[in-house]
Design a protein around this ligand. Structure first.
Ligand code: G6P
Length: 279
């Protein structure tokens, strides 16, 4: 299966794990490939990072086409898990979870859905679990297992045909702008024309946004379940090194997060993503 520069084929295959589930390796990293009649998806074991999910045969996520896939370097794209801190609140940026290996704990597949569970063991402690449930939609649920409280972000990179034409519906009217470090008012629907990095508080904790992407004739419905914030990020033309300059036009991060309300031991929160097409 080919997603931008990541091509998994018979040469990259390391092991058949089950019907519809294979383990592959590319450069320094290992990947789970799911090819089920309902679902095609790729998860990197480093970071338990979903890199590709096809809904009705169409890719939902954005992944950098110059990603080298090396150990200890965060993969640019898909759904990185920022844990146990967000952004520059610690070192490394966005926590250690996205640059360390996770283990496949269990999987279950039937005609209706595919479910995979991965866990992070770090510094001799079981820290967190993530459960991916793929059906006609995707649910990603994150569980805090460690004792300490943590910040977490499900840092989704959504693929867009054209950012210039896209709109985000149903965001709260106020946000903390990370670029100017102040509260700002935000238009609804939101259209992004330059670098944007802002944190919106969600009250109540469960809310839904829609990304309308006329260029791909697609709507992405994104439901944040028990999240306290949503972060919206696009680097504009000042793209990071591992991302081509023009690529900011083809992605938008809309991150389901627990930043102010730390995730406690035994708690979980989730994002549900649904893709639909219009004529
Ligand atoms: O470059 P990274 O460490 O992956 O961070 C990428 C981005 O993540 C979040 O969206 C933050 O709000 C941004 O400030 C940050 O630039």
């Amino acid at each position: 299966m080919r997603v931008y520069m990541l091509e998994l084929n018979s040469q990259t295959l390391r092991k058949n794990l089950a019907a519809y589930l294979e383990l592959h390796a590319v450069n320094e990293l290992e990947f789970l490939l799911i090819q089920h009649p309902l679902v095609k998806a790729i998860i990197s074991l480093q970071g338990a990072q979903l890199l590709s999910w096809q809904a009705q045969g169409k890719e939902v996520l954005w992944l950098s086409d110059i990603e080298p896939f090396v150990q200890g370097k965060a993969i640019r794209g898909g759904i990185p898990l920022s844990y146990p801190w967000f952004n520059k609140n610690g070192t490394p940026s966005h926590g250690y979870a996205r640059i360390n290996p996770w283990q496949l704990e269990s999987y279950q597949m039937d005609e209706q859905q595919v479910e995979l569970s991965l866990v992070l063991n770090y510094a001799q402690e079981l820290k967190a679990r993530v459960v991916f449930t793929f059906s006609e939609k995707l649910k990603l649920e994150f569980y805090q297992l460690a004792q300490e409280q943590a910040q977490v972000a499900l840092h989704s990179y959504y693929r867009l045909g054209s950012l210039a034409q896209a709109q985000v519906l149903n965001l709260p009217p106020q946000a903390l702008d990370h670029l100017q470090d102040k509260q700002i008012s935000v238009d609804s629907p939101l259209q992004i024309t330059q670098a944007f990095d802002a944190e919106f508080k969600l009250t109540p904790f469960t809310q839904e946004q829609i990304i309308v992407d006329p260029s791909l004739q697609r709507k992405l419905k994104i439901k944040h379940d028990r999240a306290s914030e949503v972060v919206v990020w696009n680097p504009g033309q000042a793209t990071p090194q591992d991302m081509r300059a023009s690529e900011h036009q083809h992605m938008l991060c809309l991150e389901t997060a627990r930043l102010s309300e730390l995730l406690k031991q035994g708690e979980s929160f989730a994002v549900e993503i649904e893709s639909s097409h219009f004529a």
